[in-house]
Design a protein around this ligand. Structure first.
Ligand SMILES: *Cc1c(COP(=O)(O)O)cnc(C)c1O
Length: 354
């Protein structure tokens, strides 16, 4: 067992030094929120306390049977002392959907909202100020019952922790994607539409294969035919054809990203047409080679919008556009960041200030 990260709140000076170079996913704020559920009593009131390690019995069900789900959402700094959470209600609803699919108890949306707001409020000074920087919130739930039984658990633990995050994007670096010929992420009827830990655990061998081919991430193909492009690691994918955006439809194996939905709505504002339509790997390659597909980008909460520079398969590779960041990708990224940081009006009602 590891010791608690740190005892008590960090001094302001230390915090400010850390916030200058926050990294991603390795620095944690001072507090956490936890709530327990039991089959007998349902949800207990959430507690906000110091960030501390959990002590769990080796027979805790989550270790053996994989009952773990999570969310990832961001809070942004505001000059008036408030902090703005981005679309927390959508994350709350998706968290409930993930729970349902895993036969875990659903946390009511208002309890989810209260928990993320409580952590953002108490650790407000951990929300970095610079454009691109953010406070990344990680709500999650695990089966905490101690029992080696192959069934839904009777005890669960919900928690929210928070991590200051560096700019997704100061100058976006185009990524290379590997189309794995062998591994799949999700099949019809499986868990591809939710955020459960197992979806990630099953993906790392393919990610290692991607790295061996000089790629940053895997682009997943459909499980049936290995033809249709579905999504990328922890991001959704968009193709730009001039002034039209195309993204794979929510076929039942893709994660319905909140960022994906935000891009679909923002596109109209920027005069772009949108289509949710299947795209095969061959379409993508041919489209890039004949100039019809001018850009491709991945999008998700963690990195906002990330340009794709190259695609690599066992048969060869191709560049998207000139392999750099295209103008449509850049405009969409800036439009999204403008809303995050309050530099553009929040016409969609996406921000929830605390
Ligand atoms: C979280 C996630 C996304 C992106 O979802 P956002 O809500 O935009 O953060 C995309 N694909 C997978 C597999 C994910 O887990």
């Amino acid at each position: 067992m590891t010791a608690p990260e740190h005892a008590g709140p960090r001094p302001a000076e230390e915090r400010e030094a850390l916030l200058r170079m926050p990294g991603f996913g390795s620095l944690w704020s001072d507090h956490m929120v936890t709530a327990r559920w039991t089959a007998g009593d349902g949800w207990q009131p959430a507690r906000t306390g110091p960030l501390a390690a959990f002590s769990l019995h080796p027979a805790t069900m989550a270790f053996h049977y994989g009952q773990t789900i999570f969310e990832g959402l961001k809070a942004f700094w505001r000059p008036d002392g408030q902090r703005a959470l981005f679309r927390p209600g959508d994350h709350a609803r998706r968290f409930a959907r993930s729970a349902r699919r895993m036969a875990m108890p659903e946390l009511p949306a208002d309890a989810f909202l209260a928990a993320v707001a409580a952590l953002t409020r108490i650790d407000r000074e951990w929300v970095p100020q610079a454009r691109g920087h953010s406070f990344y919130l990680r709500p999650f739930m695990i089966a905490s019952e101690t029992h080696l039984s192959n069934r839904p658990a009777e005890e669960y633990l919900f928690a929210v922790i928070g991590s200051p995050a560096r700019p997704a994007t100061a100058e976006p670096a185009p990524i290379r994607l590997w189309a794995s010929p062998e591994y799949v992420r999700a099949a019809d009827g499986g868990t591809g539409t939710i955020k459960c830990g197992g979806n990630y655990g099953g993906s790392y061998l393919a990610q290692r294969e991607a790295a061996e081919h000089g790629c940053h991430q895997v682009v997943w193909l459909d499980a049936r035919e290995r033809r249709y492009v579905e999504e990328v690691g922890g991001s959704n994918l968009f193709f730009v054809e001039g002034d039209r955006l195309v993204t794979p439809p929510l076929s039942g194996t893709l994660l319905a990203g909140v960022t994906r939905d935000s891009i679909l709505r923002l596109a109209g504002r920027l005069g772009l047409a949108v289509a949710e339509a299947p795209v095969t790997l061959e379409d993508w390659e041919r489209g890039c080679r004949d100039g019809r597909i001018t850009e491709t980008f991945a999008c998700g909460t963690a990195r906002a919008v990330a340009p794709v520079g190259h695609a690599v398969t066992p048969d060869g590779e191709w560049a998207i556009g000139d392999g750099g960041t295209g103008p449509v990708t850049r405009r969409l990224l800036n439009a999204l960041l403008d809303i995050h940081y309050g530099h553009a009006p929040d016409d969609f009602g996406w921000l929830h200030t605390v």
